[in-house]
Design a protein around this ligand. Structure first.
Ligand SMILES: [Zn+2]
Length: 339
């Protein structure tokens, strides 16, 4: 940041409706209806309906269209990664966040200062979306969903291996994987394919539209079958993907004693595993773990860190020990369930 740069806290402020960028008169991922929203990604707590104008990647706009029926009141502005836009006096561009298809960090440039709002992100490879790209900046806004040293996500391939081994051990039981419809479901399928699983994956109806959208954007998911079209056919030994809370409905023979599989960063926490009824917990997360958060902070070279949704205190404390300036944004309205 040059000597005449405007201090970012004077022009970006947490407000009741979300993070507000004053010289551009827009919000980032607002939790209430606003005139202009720049959206990081399609998860429900970030991409809400009803805004007048929406700016997001083409993928995120397509996801919003599928989930909400309509992206915004006026026609939306699609901004591809790296493409530049001016909103008011602020330069805006998007960089990949590696969280789900279309997820973006929002890069804001104003009077010689650059601020990056990363939204939700992760650093490990994900075959279903573009990898996170570190952008040098003066202030980095990071999530802290898994912002405690205890959170160190294991290798995805090892976790998928546990699922495949369980199928070998229990060939007569269907394995029902609880997976959110945006991101986790498609990543689980892609990881299974990479591990050599080439049988059809059975999908709960509610997961089909976004799987189709991913395929439209070139993310191959292999052979998929609809759960509700399998009535009467046995599910023994199959992998079924369903939302974590879904009942399998009349299409499934529940007499088969399914193995309930959880797939989440929270599966690290025994209490959460029990609460979610997961017999086979897999620690597969679409959020940065503790090490990824601090590797990213190092990579972007920002002297100042703003921390939001999650375990702000631990991240702020540790950033302080590294000689960085850090503060909590205390934004409200973002859940932890979509990861
Ligand atoms: Zn998210």
């Amino acid at each position: 940041m040059g000597p005449r740069a405007a201090s970012p806290e004077t022009w970006i402020q947490p407000r009741r409706k979300g993070l507000y960028v004053i010289p551009g008169d827009f919000y980032i991922d607002p939790t209430h209806v606003v005139e202009t929203a720049v959206i990081t990604h399609g998860h429900g707590d970030h991409a809400r309906p009803g805004h007048r104008r929406v700016v997001a990647t083409p993928e995120t706009l397509a996801i919003m269209q599928v989930r909400l029926g309509r992206t915004s009141k006026d026609s939306p502005t699609a901004l591809a990664y790296g493409e530049r836009l001016r909103i008011g006096d602020v330069g805006v561009w998007l960089a990949p966040a590696g969280h789900v298809l279309g997820s973006a960090q929002i890069v804001l440039e104003y009077r010689g200062a650059r601020v990056v709002v990363s939204g939700d992100y992760k650093r490990r490879r994900d075959p279903t979306c573009t990898a996170f790209e570190p952008v040098q900046c003066d202030v980095f806004v990071t999530e802290a969903t898994f912002g405690l040293p205890v959170f160190q996500h294991p290798d995805d391939g090892e976790e998928i291996g546990k699922l495949l081994r369980s199928l070998d051990v229990f060939p007569d039981r269907p394995h029902v994987v609880g997976a959110y419809s945006l991101g986790k479901a498609q990543r689980m399928i892609a990881l299974l394919r990479e591990a050599g699983y080439d049988r059809a994956v059975i999908l709960h109806e509610s997961l089909r539209p976004l799987c189709a959208l991913y395929e439209d954007f070139g993310v191959g998911l292999g052979d998929l079958e609809a759960l509700n079209e399998r009535s009467g056919e046995p599910l023994a030994g199959e992998i079924v993907l369903a939302p974590p809370s879904a009942s399998l409905g009349p299409g499934a023979d529940t007499g088969l004693d399914p193995v309930r599989v959880g797939a989440s960063g929270w599966m690290r926490v025994r209490k959460q595993t029990k609460g979610r009824g997961a017999e086979l917990p897999l620690v597969i997360s679409d959020h940065a773990d503790w090490n990824e958060i601090f590797r990213t902070i190092k990579d972007v070279g920002a002297p100042e860190i703003w921390v939001t949704h999650g375990r702000e205190d631990a991240v702020i404390h540790h950033a302080g020990t590294l000689g960085l300036k850090a503060r909590a944004l205390r934004l409200v309205g973002y859940g932890e369930d979509q990861e």
